[in-house]
Design a protein around this ligand. Structure first.
Ligand code: GDP
Length: 445
């Protein structure tokens, strides 16, 4: 994740301010140094880093902390605000009929992003279609088609046609029923003239409502040139930063966005169609600073619950998970839901207090609820009585034997399930009460 270590290193530095009510120059300098180090390591442009740190320093010393705020909260709020300012707004993207064109270099993640975005729009209740005009990269057609199948969205492409402009034109016609049409274009290794010519031609044919530039998070300083070039030729309305799962950098992309006055639309963090999220500056930065992102988490939980047909389970409130009251039944529901939300560690990253440091303290396998294990656990749970599901701690050795027998699973699996439940409920307790306080304090001016 971009700037991953900023959160933990900064928290460490800020923690040294705990208990202090006034802040002095030396304190601020320490914090600013830490921020500079992290941002530079993440490839953020030097002048931008200097600008940001000057501003943090100045504000921390000059602004009067609101009554009742500690020095730590005062600085944290300023850092938060300045970082939110640095990453800028989210690209405006109304949920309505529209055509979106994706541009970017080869390998930046355009094709993957097209399918992911289509999936995202479909979850918002719209009918998306992907049009694949990349005739340059062998395999682009098949890859797009397969991903769209997985995302269960419409797809248009023509492997026998090599004129991308014609494919774009035909594609628009073929996908007339769709609400949101996402046009994927060919990339090249570098910004070659024929790529620019081609994309300009496609743009003229498609007349997209929005053009998004897809940038690989690891691209570093080169991002700026790309952004400028695409901005001049087709006009960029927003940026999608991909592969945030694979790098602690991403600062190059952030710099490009900042310097071209662009905004971020989506973040991509994996290879499957679900690994996409809408960029939300405040959520992004609070997560970065380890304050969690309750809004994102709630959104994901809700989406997953819809899919698990949670309507029948009216009594379950996702918030319970944050309260630490946690039975085996809850665990089962959450395993189903979380399984649909994506990798558990990513989900955990969004929970206040769970990002960065805390996750590292947990045993590696605490969150390792793989699909196979889940399936076995489910079978085991089916053999339990209501009472056992509600009070897993009361389950003794003879019950373990009975449940194992009844479910056809080994006693080992039953014990593993109970152990897993214990670990999860301990985890839930760890951030019990850590949630809103920090966030709210931050948001208050
Ligand atoms: P294109 O040439 O711009 O269309 O790029 P692709 O969509 O084919 O992506 C290039 C490679 O990056 C593929 O192997 C993708 O699976 C991978 N990729 C794309 N987005 C992500 C991401 O967010 N995370 C990771 N880990 N891999 C990604």
């Amino acid at each position: 994740m971009v700037l991953d270590d900023l959160g933990s290193s900064l928290r460490g530095t800020l923690d040294s301010l705990r208990g202090k009510s006034r802040i002095d120059e030396e304190d601020v300098e320490k914090v600013v140094k830490e921020i500079q180090r992290s941002l530079l390591q993440a490839d953020v442009d030097v002048s931008l880093v200097m600008e940001l740190s000057d501003s943090i320093e100045e504000r921390s010393l000059e602004e009067e902390p609101p009554a009742g705020t500690t020095a730590r909260d005062h600085v944290l709020r300023i850092v938060y605000e300045e970082l939110v300012d640095l990453v800028g707004e989210s690209t405006e993207l109304p949920l309505e009929e529209q055509t979106i064109m994706l541009a970017g270099l080869q390998g930046s993640g355009k094709t993957t992003t097209a399918a992911k975005m289509a999936w995202w729009f479909s979850k918002k209740g719209l009918r998306p279609a992907v049009i694949q005009t990349d005739t340059f990269r062998p395999g682009a057609y098949e890859q797009a088609k397969q991903m769209c199948e997985r995302a269960e969205v419409d797809f248009y492409g023509d492997p026998d046609e090599d004129d991308p402009v014609k494919i774009a034109r035909d594609g628009l016609e073929a996908t007339e029923d769709a609400d949101v049409r996402i046009v994927d274009t060919a990339g090249r290794h570098a910004l070659e003239d024929d790529l620019i010519d081609e994309i300009e031609e496609i743009e003229a044919t498609v007349q997209p409502d929005r053009s998004l530039l897809v940038l690989d998070a690891a691209i570093g300083q080169g991002a700026k040139d790309q952004a400028t070039q695409f901005e001049t030729s087709v006009g960029i309305d927003g940026v999608v930063i991909t592969k945030l799962d694979g790098t602690a950098k991403g600062g190059g992309a952030l710099t490009a966005v900042n310097e071209t006055g662009s905004t971020i639309a989506f973040l991509g963090s994996g290879e499957t169609v679900q690994d996409i999220e809408r960029f939300e500056p405040s959520g992004f930065i609070s997560r970065l600073l380890g304050m969690g992102d309750l809004k994102q988490l709630t959104e994901r939980v809700e989406r997953a619950m819809e899919e698990t047909q949670a309507e029948e389970e009216e009594d379950w409130d996702p918030e319970d998970m944050l309260k630490g009251e946690f039975t085996l039944k809850d665990m089962k529901r959450q395993m189903d839901a979380m399984n649909k939300m994506g990798p558990l560690d990513q989900v955990m990253d969004m929970i206040p207090g769970m990002g960065g440091g805390l996750m590292d303290q947990l045993p590696d396998d605490a969150m390792d609820v793989t699909q196979d294990r889940m399936r076995n656990f489910e079978v085991v749970m089916d053999s339990m009585t209501e009472d056992e599901l509600e009070n897993p701690r009361s389950i003794g050795a003879s019950q373990v034997r009975r449940i194992a027998k009844g479910s056809g699973q080994g006693e080992e699996t039953v014990r593993e399930l109970l152990e897993q439940h214990k670990m999860m409920s301990r985890t839930m307790k760890q951030f019990q009460g850590m949630g809103d306080g920090d966030m709210q304090r931050m948001m208050k001016k």
